[in-house]
Ligand binder design. Structure first.
Ligand code: ZN
Length: 202
């Protein structure tokens, strides 16, 4: 009887562990086709006033599953987004997946607040806190060529995201210009563009 209990316990633990880690790829065929089309190359940037592009840019982006975050297709998307934002002919300081036609919660931000100013990726990103302390500054966007305008942003934000290695939820408190980039890029994930927020005195 004792042995049976022990066995049952072990089975429950295994079933629970399997349940916790169970996750399936959620990439659609069309998302995979776009990512494969630009394999290891920069991707086409969607432009805000092109009808088809605008539909994608204005969507609410979907989250990734944990299986997505561990997949090669996700790694390729990150590589290709980085090539796109670092294109010397048209470089940016941040990029969001919807800008390359993938309506998913993924952004790359140049961390001007870190040594070496590296680009870092944040998956399933949201802003959990906006400071009341605001600053107004000029912004541009890779999807809105040749337009710049002043936008009021919080001085400090708390960013919530899924760590791509541990898959655990993480938070990061960011201030200054880097906080502006986070707000601009996470707005993209909610279908919002900086031209929606132009300061009246701009
Ligand atoms: Zn933008």
């Amino acid at each position: 009887m004792e042995k049976l209990k022990k066995l049952l316990c072990i089975c429950i633990v295994f079933a629970f562990a399997a349940g916790c880690t169970k996750s399936t790829l959620s990439f659609t065929d069309s998302e995979i086709a776009i990512i494969d089309k630009y394999h290891q190359q920069k991707m086409r940037l969607l432009i805000y006033d092109a009808a088809g592009d605008s539909l994608i840019l204005r969507q609410q982006a979907k989250e990734f599953s944990t299986a997505d975050l561990q997949s090669d297709i996700f790694k390729n998307l990150k590589t290709q987004m980085l090539l796109t934002v670092q294109d010397t002919a048209n470089a940016g300081v941040g990029i969001a997946a919807p800008q390359v036609g993938i309506s998913r919660r993924l952004i790359a931000v140049q961390r001007f607040d870190k040594p070496g100013e590296p680009f870092e990726f944040y998956a399933n990103a949201y802003i959990a806190y906006f400071s009341e302390d605001k600053q107004t500054g000029a912004e541009g966007c890779l999807s809105i060529p040749n337009i710049r305008g002043n936008v009021e942003r919080s001085q400090t934000v708390v960013v919530k995201y899924a760590d791509m290695e541990t898959l655990k939820p993480c938070i990061d408190t960011v201030s200054g210009f880097t906080a502006v980039i986070f707000q601009h890029e996470i707005d993209h994930l909610d279908g919002i563009l900086f031209i929606d927020k132009l300061h009246p005195d701009a």
